[in-house]
Design a protein around this ligand. Structure first.
Ligand code: ZN
Length: 322
């Protein structure tokens, strides 16, 4: 069994590289991992770092794959460790060379910009390697800190969309977000679900240029739950309590520049009018108070506290409760 240059016999973990596209210097490579159980079974595909700087996912995925008992493991897991090598080199969630957000331009274009070509290739790889389920791991990045949430494509009820929703309840997250917004159309997740008919999830936790033990634990829970749900390892997937379902997200922006004094935590319940934070100028004066615009919501993510922001910058993403 091969993935890129990684070749694994039954019961083996292999590492290698795969060429994604090219830049002016040469091929853009990503490291890959391929864990193959001694027993045949399902296939899981894990993608990391479609947004550069979101480092919790690849660290957690590598740990998870290295800790598997492949003598009893059923099936195989292929992991693409760096989906956006250009962004990762710059600690940027974007592709610095063409300014695109790679996770908004799917299905991509084999003759388009470097980002569009990358998207086209990533989608093809998920089709070839995806098998039974696909996880796209995110962790906020340098500028944003997120709750431990899971997103699935909820615009429709195809078998893959229903399988995605079912899987979203088995990764141990309280925040189960069935998204239908327009931005979802250009995501890897939605295109994998619709074009390849595979169950696919975004799993996200962490950010703010940190990798916390809590976020690594969340990813271990999610990866273990997915492997259990697919029947690859024994045990019952975790069931979260006090679940917050999510619908549309509202991106709350500041209209005054200044330091961002954030008064909420990712995952916190919010109601309309509740204060979420303040913009403070260089003399310490409060110049704007930011309140929740949604009737009933939870905080999906916050901008990193005390960042100096410009008017129009996003400060909080609130996810409407469903
Ligand atoms: Zn991301």
């Amino acid at each position: 069994m091969k993935f890129g240059t990684a070749e694994a016999a039954p019961g083996e973990l292999a590492t290698g590289t795969i060429a994604l596209t090219s830049d002016p210097i040469g091929p853009l490579l990503s490291p890959v991992m391929l864990a193959r159980g001694a027993v045949p079974g399902p296939r899981l595909y894990i993608q990391c770092l479609i947004h550069g700087g979101e480092n919790v996912g690849p660290i957690a995925a590598a740990r998870f794959l290295r800790a598997l008992d492949l003598k009893t493991f059923k099936g195989s897991i292929a992991a693409l460790m760096v989906a956006n090598p250009l962004g990762q080199r710059m600690h940027s969630r974007l592709i610095p060379q063409d300014g695109t957000n790679l996770n908004r331009i799917f299905p991509g274009n084999p003759r388009g910009s470097v980002g569009e070509q990358l998207a086209d290739r990533l989608l093809a790889l998920a089709g070839e390697q995806g098998g039974d389920a696909v996880l796209d791991l995110h962790s906020g990045g340098e500028l944003t800190i997120t709750a431990f949430y899971v997103i699935h494509d909820a615009k429709g009820s195809s078998p893959a969309q229903l399988a995605s929703k079912a899987l979203s309840a088995q990764v141990g997250s309280r925040y189960q977000w069935g998204a239908t917004e327009d931005w979802m159309e250009g995501t890897f997740l939605t295109n994998v679900t619709r074009r390849h008919d595979k169950a696919a999830l975004i799993v996200e936790s962490g950010g703010g240029a940190r990798v916390r033990a809590l976020d690594l634990d969340n990813f271990r829970t999610a990866l273990t739950g997915t492997a259990q749900a697919l029947g690859m390892i024994p045990g019952t997937p975790p069931v979260a309590e006090d679940i917050r379902y999510g619908g549309n997200a509202v991106h709350v922006k500041c209209s005054q520049g200044g330091y961002w004094d954030c008064l909420v935590e990712p995952g916190q319940d919010m109601v309309a009018g509740e204060v979420m934070g303040r913009m403070i100028d260089m003399t310490g004066q409060v110049v704007e108070t930011i309140t929740c615009p949604a009737a009933q919501a939870w905080v999906g993510s916050i901008r990193r506290p005390w960042m100096p922001l410009y008017a129009g910058d996003q400060v909080v993403e609130v996810v409407e409760r469903k």
